[in-house]
Design a protein around this ligand. Structure first.
Ligand code: CIR
Length: 264
């Protein structure tokens, strides 16, 4: 039986030089193109080592944030949904994925109303959670939930704390029963039916980890999280994320992942 984090394929997009001008909420040092590229290469290698077939799309200089390919689309089984990213500079990104998604998926549809980012969508074994955020509004979340419902997929809309960019900035599945989440999300009621493991204090950004098959890709700069996962006997793959972190990004946002075993 395939689990929600059993994947066979992924799409990534290589960073363009314009990535250094990507969106970010705070100040801090600028990201560097070479360093982002190195982190991206390590990430792609980790996906391949986890058993995935990876298709790398060419850079798009007109879209500085297009390396974060999870946000403009949602994929599951036979279906791909071209979303409507909530940041105006990213609204043109879904159209750039249409051809590749038509190639891989039989059912490709567009979100027609509101705004929704892929970073706000968490697939759990029971349901698909859609987080309301500065990028995903209620009209977009409801339209997305309808598209999913039409395909027999149960969606639930949840709140994301105001200072969190995306739902998945602050949570990820560790296994089929367990979610790893920043404490700010714990009281949201989002994780009903799942066990909750909270991020260690000061390591909230570690919540954006990525379970793929039998491995967990996790940011390498959070020692207490690495210890916590090691104590759970998880097979961990620590990855550098300092540069993409300067762009408010983590590990989930760098790929679209799916299983062609589950699709029928
Ligand atoms: C943005 O603000 O849209 C990008 N700089 C970062 C997107 C990160 N995406 C994600 O966590 N799913």
């Amino acid at each position: 039986m395939s689990r929600v984090f059993d994947f066979t394929h992924a799409i990534v997009r290589r960073p363009g030089r314009s990535v250094v001008a990507g969106l970010r909420a705070g100040g801090g040092p600028d990201p560097g193109y070479d360093a982002v590229t190195a982190e991206h290469a390590a990430y792609v290698a980790a996906l391949k080592e986890s058993g995935l077939i990876v298709e790398a799309l060419p850079p798009l200089e007109d879209f500085p944030d297009s390396v974060f390919v999870e946000d403009p689309a949602f994929v599951l089984d036979n279906t791909a949904i071209l979303l409507r990213p909530g940041a105006p500079s990213r609204l043109g990104e879904p159209a750039t994925l249409r051809d590749v998604l038509n190639h891989h998926f039989v059912d490709v549809v567009c979100l027609e109303e509101g705004f929704a980012d892929g970073g706000d969508i968490l697939i759990t074994p029971r349901e698909i959670l859609i987080g309301l955020s500065a990028r995903t509004n209620r009209a977009g979340a409801e339209a997305l939930a309808r598209l999913l419902g039409d395909r027999g997929l149960r969606a639930r809309i949840v709140e994301t704390p105001p200072d969190v960019l995306h739902l998945k900035t602050a949570c990820a599945l560790l296994d089929e029963d367990t979610v790893f989440a920043a404490p700010a999300l714990a009281p949201s009621g989002a994780f009903e039916g799942l066990k909750l493991v909270e991020t260690p204090a000061g390591e909230e950004a570690a919540a954006n980890l990525l379970r793929i098959n039998d491995r967990i890709l996790v940011c390498d700069r959070f020692p207490r999280t690495l210890d916590l996962l090691a104590a759970r006997r998880e097979r961990i793959v620590p990855l550098p994320t300092d540069e993409i972190g300067k762009l408010d990004a983590g590990l989930s946002c760098l790929s679209l992942r799916w299983s062609n075993v589950r699709a029928s």
